[in-house]
Design a protein around this ligand. Structure first.
Ligand SMILES: Cc1cc2nc3c(=O)[nH]c(=O)nc-3n(C[C@H](O)[C@H](O)[C@H](O)COP(=O)(O)O)c2cc1C
Ligand code: SF4
Length: 495
């Protein structure tokens, strides 16, 4: 059966004059002297181009330089780790040695945007997640056999000898059994470790490094913010969204009993302490805001009411912007194959985070705007002017301008549309909208992200290399362009 697919809505593009008088292309102050020239925003997207030590590479520089050419009002550099720990080719800002590389990135963006783009970096902490182990490895190396396992096996087999059998015998017996038996004998966390890979939670306070998160994270985020300022960024986006540590503190699933969980105030406490520490580590004009979830989407998670409460607290604390995302949690992720780690964008919450044209209920276009609208209204009702950023399937002028005109957000973010065509902002602004290469919202790019492969867009490879264009850099298999093609001459319709 053919897969259901929403059509791309027809696009209407503005003339240069209409763009010039639009809200979308009007400025907005983020903080003090830091003004975004337009309300256009490229949110964080991990392209998997850093080195294995988390350093900025030439590929990282090329990537952000290319996005800068589209001159968005704000460009946010990908989720960047605040700890200097091995985490694959994820960019890091966890050590002073990271600063010179990031400085190069900043210089490139300033140069190629002609100084028109404000540059933020998203800073992130995450807990450990392991790959799904082979069964043999799990039972022979990872499982800590307890009397509960022995009792469960004795009950199943009717043989009380199991109550005193060696751990090795218990493991071998389990290894030979079916998934149903594993589900019945193991506890929920053990079964999760076997079937998905072990994943730490902020509620694992029996683990000293998890218990002490409230004591270490403010300092780590503050150091990262200081380094970001040293590198020349305009500000930081504290990553309080999706599957990561800070979002898990905010989530309704956070039942910590040490004052950092439970109530709204308890769950917001560490995010606020982190914010104050970061704010205190940087100068007056440096922007500090956050990205957080308007809805966790998962069962038992936070909903829009929680998000509105958090937004009021964040605005009152003095955050410079609130960027709203949705879902992207581990709790409902699909089972990974053996040897791979769970990816938080594979379940319902993930689909809401990066909505596709295959969503059965409603199309992806502007799908998450009701969340930013409710958050903005709550913040304004509380008397704050904090700018709110909307994202999710925003792919056209009328959609973006309508969101701003209806005051559903103060800035509009487009991730995949900007990936498909980083020049789309400039094309719209200069009346060349007909040349925009429009995102298909089928998530080829997201599938690459899932495999931690260099992210590219399927549309880039549909274009032939133009006469006179140098042979583009390609992925190792030679099939994929690593950078968006240059836009052709006005009116050539390169989409
Ligand atoms: C390849 C890829 C990588 C992403 N990486 C991040 C990230 O590092 N941090 C983040 O907050 N969101 C990340 N996102 C989510 C986007 O910022 C955005 O919220 C989401 O794609 C929905 O917006 P869109 O419909 O305009 O693409 C990523 C999205 C994609 C497609
Ligand atoms: S790969 Fe597909 S979903 Fe991703 S940016 Fe390109 S067209 Fe859009």
């Amino acid at each position: 059966m053919a897969r259901f697919q929403h059509p791309l809505p027809p696009a209407r593009w503005p003339s240069a004059a209409e763009a010039a008088s639009s809200r979308l292309f009007s400025p907005i102050a983020l903080r003090g002297n830091c003004v975004a020239e337009t309300r256009t925003w490229v949110p964080a997207m991990v392209p998997w181009r850093a080195s294995d030590a988390g350093d900025v590479t030439d590929a990282v520089i090329d990537w952000y330089g290319r996005f800068a050419e589209g001159r968005p009002g704000v460009l946010v550099v990908e989720a960047t780790g605040i700890r200097d720990i091995p985490s694959g080719p994820l960019l890091r800002i966890g050590h002073d040695r990271c600063v010179p590389g990031l400085q190069r990135l900043v210089d490139e963006v300033r140069r190629r945007s002609g100084g028109h783009t404000r540059l933020l970096i998203q800073i992130i902490d995450f807990l450990s997640i392991r790959r799904r182990p082979p069964r043999e490895k799990f039972f022979r190396r990872f499982l800590m056999v307890t009397d509960a396992h022995r009792a469960a096996i004795a009950a199943r087999t009717g043989d009380d000898e199991w109550l005193s059998r060696d751990a090795g015998d218990v493991c071998e017996w389990l290894l030979a059994e079916s998934d149903d038996v594993h589900r019945a004998v193991l506890d929920a966390r053990e079964y999760e470790s076997l079937s998905m890979g072990a994943r730490e939670r902020v509620t694992d306070t029996h683990l000293p490094h998890v218990a002490e998160l409230p004591r270490v994270l403010p300092g780590l985020f503050a150091d990262a913010a200081r380094r970001a300022e040293e590198a020349g960024f305009d500000g930081v986006e504290l990553h309080y969204a999706h599957a990561y540590t800070m979002a898990s503190f905010l989530s309704r699933t956070n039942a910590r009993t040490d004052g950092y969980g439970g109530s709204i105030e308890g769950r917001a406490r560490l995010p606020l302490e982190v914010f104050h520490a970061a704010r205190g580590a940087v100068s007056e004009d440096f922007v500090v805001g956050c990205r957080f979830l308007g809805d966790d989407v998962i069962e038992g998670g936070s909903r829009i009411d929680d998000a509105c409460d958090f937004a009021r607290l964040f605005a009152e604390a003095g955050m410079d912007f609130l960027s709203v995302s949705k879902g992207g949690r581990f709790e409902d992720a699909k089972q990974p194959r053996v040897g791979a780690a769970a990816y938080p964008y594979t379940g319902k919450s993930g689909h809401e985070c990066m909505p596709t044209v295959f969503m059965e209920d409603a199309p992806p276009f502007g799908r998450n705007v009701p969340l930013s609208a409710a958050i903005r209204a709550a913040v304004r009702d509380a008397g704050h002017t904090t700018p709110v950023v909307a994202a999710g399937g925003i792919n056209g002028f009328d959609l973006a301008e309508g969101i701003l005109q209806r005051e559903e957000a103060d800035l509009v973010a487009a991730a995949r549309q900007s990936l498909a065509d980083p020049d789309w902002w400039e094309k719209m602004r200069t009346g060349r909208g007909a040349d925009v290469r429009r995102c298909l919202y089928t998530n080829y790019c997201e599938a690459l992200d899932q495999r931690h492969q260099a992210v590219t867009c399927q549309l880039w490879d549909r274009l032939p290399v133009a006469d006179g264009e140098p042979e583009p850099a390609r992925s190792a298999d030679g099939r994929r362009r690593l950078l968006p093609p240059r836009s052709r001459a006005p009116g050539s319709g390169d989409s």
